[in-house]
Design a protein around this ligand. Structure first.
Ligand SMILES: [Zn+2]
Ligand SMILES: [Zn+2]
Ligand SMILES: [Zn+2]
Ligand SMILES: [Zn+2]
Ligand SMILES: [Zn+2]
Length: 141
C-alpha cells in the first residue's frame, strides 16, 4: 500500500465488517464517518439532522423541521406545542390526569421516584445517588 493513502480519505469498503469505526470514507462524493452502525456526516453527526450539512431534517430556522413551530412541522399541533406533549391534544405523552405522563405522580411516571417526587428534584434521591457514587469509588480502589 502506498503510504500516502494514510493521509487520504479512504474509499468505503462495501462490506461493513471491513469498515473502521471513526474512519472517514468517501461515499457518493462526500466525506462520511462510519460509526459502526451508520454513516455520519463529516461533522460526525446524523447527516439529516446536521445543521452544517443543511440536512433534509433541518429547516431554515436551524431547527429539526419535524419539531419546528414556524415550519408547522409534523410533530407540532395547532396549539404550537409538540403534539405528543400537548395537553389540549391529549398527546400520547399526556396521561388521563392531564399531566405529562413521565411527571405524573398518580401514573408513577419514569421521572417520579419512590418518594413520589420528581427524581431530579428529590433531595433524598440526590443524596442517595451521591452516597452510591462514593461507595462505588471506594470499592473500585
Ligand atoms: Zn454535517
Ligand atoms: Zn422551521
Ligand atoms: Zn395541541
Ligand atoms: Zn397520570
Ligand atoms: Zn426520591
Amino acid at each position: 500500500m502506498d503510504h500516502k493513502d494514510l493521509f487520504m480519505v479512504h474509499t468505503m469498503p462495501t462490506y461493513q465488517y471491513k469498515r473502521i469505526i471513526g474512519q472517514k470514507y468517501f461515499y457518493n462524493g462526500e466525506i462520511r464517518i462510519w460509526d459502526g452502525r451508520q454513516l455520519r456526516c463529516q461533522h460526525n453527526r446524523e447527516k439529516q439532522k446536521c445543521i452544517d450539512c443543511k440536512g433534509s431534517g433541518i429547516c431554515p430556522h436551524f431547527k429539526i423541521r419535524y419539531n419546528c413551530v414556524d415550519c408547522k412541522g409534523k410533530g407540532i399541533c395547532q396549539h404550537k406545542t409538540q403534539k405528543s406533549s400537548c395537553l389540549k391534544c391529549k398527546g400520547k405523552n399526556i396521561c388521563t390526569h392531564n399531566t405529562k405522563r413521565q411527571f405524573c405522580k398518580q401514573c408513577k411516571g419514569r421521572y417520579i421516584c419512590r418518594h413520589n417526587q420528581r427524581k431530579y428534584e428529590c433531595h433524598k434521591c440526590i443524596f442517595e445517588s451521591i452516597v452510591k457514587e462514593l461507595k462505588h469509588k471506594a470499592t473500585r480502589k
